[in-house]
Design a protein around this ligand. Structure first.
Ligand SMILES: [Zn+2]
Length: 349
C-alpha cells in the first residue's frame, strides 16, 4: 500500500458500511466524549484502517473544534472535513500529532512501543489531541503488550489510542479489556461492489461483483485478488471444464497445463477454489429454479461467451465434494500439481 493510500481519510458519511461503528463513533465525536482507547476488531479488508485514520483526522478537524461543545447529532457525518489545515496534514502524512505503529517483519516491536510512550509524556505538538494508531495488534508479542498496558489503561491527557486487530486472530485479554471495543463486519454484496468501483473506476461491473462474492464482503481482500489476476485464471478454468465443444485429446493437454498454472498459485489457490465453489453453487441454484444460462443473474453472467455443459444436481454435488477433497489434501501437504490435476478432471466429467 502506498503512503498516500495509507494516509487516506474520508468523512464518515462517505465511509461504506459499518453503520453501528459510524453511529457510535460519530456521537462520541459530536459530544466530545471519546474513550481513551478504541479497539477496531473485524475481518481483514473491511475498512478498519480507513475508519481509524478518518477518526484520527476527525478528532483534530478544525470544523469539529468549531462545532464543539454544541455539535448536533448529525454534524459528525461531515467529519473529517478534508480541507482544513489539520485534515490536509493528515491526508499528506504530515500531521505531527498522529503516530502510526505498524508490524515490522510480522510483529510490533517493543522499541516502537517504548518510543511511543516516551512521546506521550509530552503534550501534543499543535493539535488539541494526539492520536496513536497501532495496527494489527494481534501480531504483538506478550513483552511488547505488557509494555503498553499502563499507557493503554490510562494514557496521559490529550492522547487517544486506536488499535486494530483481525477478528480471526487471538489477542491478549489484557489488551482488549483496556479498550472500548468497536466490532467491524463484512460488507453487504452491493456495498463491497460500491467500494471496489470507487477505488477502481475502470473495473467492469461483472468483475466487481465476482470479486465481492469471492471476498465475502471484504473489499481489501477483493483488491488483492484483483491485482493478482485471480479472476482471469478462474475464467480460464471454468471455460476449460465447462465447454462441451472440445475434443478429448486436446482437453487432456489443456487440463494438465491449467493444473500446472493452478499449482503455482500460493495463497491464492484456496480463494480460487472458493470461486469455483460459488460458480458450481450458482449452477445448482439455477438448475433448481429452472433458469437457463441466458437468464441467470449468477457468476456465469460474467461468462456470456462460454457454453455451459448441462450437469444434473448429483454431478454438481460431486464436483463440490471434489473441491472439498482437494482442499483437504492441500492441507495435508499433498503434491499440489497432482491435487489440481485430479480436481480438474473431476470438474470436467
Ligand atoms: Zn478538517
Amino acid at each position: 500500500m502506498s503512503t498516500l493510500q495509507r494516509q487516506l481519510i474520508a468523512p464518515f458519511s462517505h465511509l461504506v458500511g459499518q453503520e453501528k461503528a459510524k453511529l457510535f463513533l460519530g456521537r462520541a465525536l459530536a459530544s466530545g466524549q471519546l474513550a481513551h482507547a478504541y479497539l477496531f476488531r473485524g475481518p481483514d479488508g473491511v475498512g478498519k484502517q480507513l475508519f481509524a485514520r478518518s477518526l484520527a483526522a476527525a478528532v483534530n478537524c478544525r470544523q469539529r473544534q468549531a462545532l464543539l461543545p454544541a455539535a448536533g447529532e448529525s454534524d459528525w457525518a461531515s467529519l473529517p472535513c478534508g480541507h482544513c489545515s489539520s485534515c490536509l496534514k493528515y491526508s499528506s502524512g504530515n500531521q505531527p500529532d498522529f503516530m502510526v505503529i505498524s508490524p515490522e517483519k510480522g510483529t510490533i516491536k517493543i522499541d516502537r512501543i517504548r518510543e511511543m510512550i516516551q512521546a506521550l509524556s509530552y503534550p501534543p505538538y499543535e493539535s488539541p489531541s494526539r492520536v496513536v494508531l497501532i495496527e494489527d495488534i494481534h501480531t504483538m508479542r506478550p513483552e511488547a503488550a505488557n509494555c503498553l498496558l499502563k499507557t493503554l489503561e490510562e494514557p496521559p491527557d490529550k492522547n487517544l489510542l486506536i488499535l486494530t486487530a483481525s477478528a480471526s486472530r487471538d489477542i491478549l485479554t489484557t489488551i482488549s479489556s483496556r479498550c472500548q471495543m468497536i466490532p467491524f463486519f463484512s460488507l453487504r454484496q452491493e456495498e463491497t461492489v460500491q467500494v471496489l468501483m470507487r477505488v477502481n473506476p475502470e473495473l467492469e461491473a461483472e468483475t466487481a461483483s465476482l470479486l465481492a462474492r469471492l471476498s465475502e464482503g471484504c473489499p481489501g481482500q477483493a483488491l488483492i485478488l484483483y491485482r493478482r489476476e485471480m479472476i482471469a485464471i478462474w475464467r480460464q478454468v471454468v471455460a476449460l471444464v465447462s465447454d462441451p465443444q472440445k475434443d478429448s485429446n486436446r482437453d487432456v493437454g489443456l487440463l494438465l497445463q491449467a493444473a500446472e498454472t493452478m499449482a503455482t498459485l500460493k495463497e491464492e489457490l484456496l480463494p480460487l477454489f472458493g470461486l469455483l465453489r460459488i460458480w458450481l453453487r450458482d449452477l445448482l441454484v439455477a438448475g433448481f429454479s429452472g433458469q437457463t444460462g441466458q437468464d441467470r443473474d449468477t457468476l456465469d453472467g460474467g461468462l456470456p461467451e462460454i457454453k455451459q455443459k448441462r450437469w444434473n444436481s448429483r454431478q454438481l454435488f460431486d464436483k463440490l465434494q471434489a473441491i472439498d477433497q482437494a482442499e483437504k489434501e492441500l492441507g495435508r501437504n499433498c503434491n499440489r500439481n497432482l491435487v489440481c490435476e485430479v480436481l480438474l478432471f473431476q470438474l470436467q466429467q
